[in-house]
Design a protein around this ligand. Structure first.
Ligand SMILES: [Zn+2]
Ligand SMILES: [Zn+2]
Length: 405
C-alpha cells in the first residue's frame, strides 16, 4: 500500500478517539464538562469528516456564488476509460476544461442572440467525484455552472436553460476535442456505426430505454460518455444551491446507509441500486480503493469564479450591493468573506448537536485544549475517565500454506 493510504487509514482510526487529543468545554451555569475529541480531517472515506467538509464547502459556496440560476452538468465516463483516468487524473482535468469551455461557447452564443455585445465571460465550479453511490470506483465530474455570462462591466446576461440538442452539441464538441488527448493514450473511439453498437453493448445492460419511450430530458450519450444537465436551481433558491454544492463535495460513504449485521458483516443501502451485504474485509478493501488522488484539488473554480478573476468581486457581490452601486460601478474592494464556518457551527450542522450550548440552557466555553496524546491521556486519567482501548492488533503475515509433500 502507498504511504498515503496507510496514513489515511491510521488517521481515520484515531478520528474521534479521546486519547489523541480533545477540547474540554464546560457550562457556565451548571458547570457540567464535556470532551470533544479531535477528528482526522481525512478526505478519503471518514464519514464524519467528509460530511463535515461537504457541509463547510456548501456553506462557503452558497455565500460566494453569484445570485443567478445554476445548472449542474454531470459527465460520466465509459468503463473502458475509467482506469486510465484513475492512473492519470490529469486526463480528467483536460476533459473538465473542455467541458467548461464547450458550455461557455454555447452560453455566449445564447447571450449574443439576446443582444449582448463585447467580451463575455462565464463561470463554473467543478467537483471531482471519485466514486459512485454503490461504493464503486468511478471518477466523474459534477460541474455547477451559473446560467449567465458576464459583460466586461460585470453586468450578468441571464440565460435560459439548454435544450436537449444544446446538451448533445456540448457533449459532441467535448468528445471531438478530447479524442486528441486520448489518442496519445492509445485509446481509440468507435469509428463507425457498428463499433458504436459494440461500445453500447459493453456499456449498457439490456433492456435499454428505447428512444421515444419516456426519454429523459437534457441527457446526451455518446461513445460511452453521458452528460446530464437536467438539474438546476432557481436564482432565489440559495438553499437548493447549497444542497447541490454539498452533494458535489460529499464523500463516498453515507453513514446512515451502512449497518453492521449481527453476524459481523455490513449492509449498505445505496441511494440508487439494490442493498448489498459484504464482509468487513471487503468493505475496508473497497473504501481504501476509493481514495481520491493525492495533491489534487477536488473542487476547482473557473472563469469569473476563479480566485484571481478580475470580475470575481462584481460577479459574486450580493444583489443589494448591485442595486446600490449599479452595474457600471467600479470594481468593489475585495470583500472579506468569512472563508470557513467556525468550529462550533460546523459541528452543529454536521452532528446536529451544539457543542457550545448546554441542555440546561447555559453557554459552554472552551476550558482547555489537549492536543498531544500524552497530554490527553494525562487529563483523562485526572478526570477519571476510562478510555476504551482501541489498540490495533499487530500486523501478521498471511497464513502459511501447507505443502503437500
Ligand atoms: Zn449547563
Ligand atoms: Zn475523521
Amino acid at each position: 500500500m502507498p504511504p498515503r493510504v496507510k496514513r489515511e487509514v491510521e488517521q481515520y482510526l484515531r478520528c474521534g478517539d479521546l486519547r489523541y487529543g480533545f477540547v474540554e468545554v464546560s457550562c457556565e451555569v451548571c458547570k457540567e464538562a464535556r470532551l470533544v475529541a479531535f477528528s482526522c480531517k481525512g478526505r478519503g472515506f471518514c464519514p464524519s469528516c467528509t460530511t463535515r467538509r461537504a457541509i463547510d464547502t456548501g456553506a462557503q459556496l452558497e455565500s460566494m456564488l453569484p445570485h443567478v440560476a445554476h445548472r449542474q452538468w454531470t459527465l460520466s465516463l465509459p468503463f473502458s476509460l475509467r482506469f486510465h483516468v484513475v492512473k492519470r487524473p490529469e486526463l480528467l482535468k483536460r476533459i473538465e476544461v473542455r467541458l467548461v469551455r464547450a458550455i461557455w461557447r454555447w452560453q455566449r452564443r445564447e447571450a449574443r442572440r439576446l443582444g449582448a455585445v463585447g467580451p463575455l465571460r462565464g463561470g463554473g465550479v467543478c467537483f471531482w467525484q471519485w466514486f459512485g453511490s454503490s461504493l464503486q470506483l468511478t471518477p466523474h465530474l459534477h460541474l455547477l455552472v451559473p446560467e449567465a455570462q458576464w459583460l466586461g462591466s460585470g453586468e450578468p446576461v441571464v440565460l435560459g436553460p439548454p435544450s436537449d440538442d444544446d446538451v448533445t452539441a456540448v457533449l459532441h464538441r467535448v468528445l471531438r476535442q478530447a479524442q486528441r488527448d486520448w489518442a496519445d493514450e492509445g485509446v481509440s473511439w468507435a469509428e463507425d456505426e457498428y463499433e458504436a453498437m459494440q461500445q453500447q453493448a459493453i456499456q449498457q445492460r439490456l433492456p435499454l430505454n428505447e428512444p421515444g419511450s419516456q426519454r429523459r430530458r437534457r441527457v446526451a450519450v455518446a461513445h460511452g460518455f453521458s452528460l446530464h444537465a437536467d438539474t438546476a436551481v432557481h436564482a432565489n433558491d440559495r438553499q437548493g444551491l447549497e444542497r447541490l454544492c454539498r452533494y458535489g463535495a460529499r464523500g463516498p460513504v453515507c453513514e446512515s446507509r451502512l449497518h453492521r449485521l449481527e453476524d459481523g458483516r455490513y449492509e449498505y443501502t445505496p441511494k440508487k441500486g439494490v442493498t448489498f451485504t459484504l464482509t468487513a474485509e471487503a468493505l475496508v478493501r473497497r473504501l481504501v480503493a476509493l481514495l481520491p488522488p493525492a495533491r489534487l484539488h477536488l473542487t476547482s473554480f473557473h472563469g469569473v469564479l476563479a480566485p484571481n478573476a478580475s470580475l470575481r468581486p462584481l460577479a459574486t457581490q450580493q444583489p443589494e450591493a448591485q442595486a446600490v452601486s449599479g452595474p457600471r460601478a467600479k470594481v468593489p474592494p475585495k470583500k472579506k468573506t468569512k472563508r470557513r464556518l467556525d468550529w462550533a457551527t460546523l459541528h452543529q450542522r454536521t452532528f446536529g448537536t451544539d457543542v457550545l450550548r448546554c441542555p440546561c440552557g447555559g453557554l459552554r466555553t472552551i476550558r482547555a485544549l489537549h492536543s498531544t496524546r500524552s497530554a490527553a491521556e494525562l487529563r483523562l486519567a485526572a478526570l477519571g475517565i476510562p478510555v476504551p482501548s482501541r489498540i490495533l492488533p499487530p500486523a501478521t503475515a498471511p497464513p502459511q500454506l501447507t505443502f503437500a509433500v
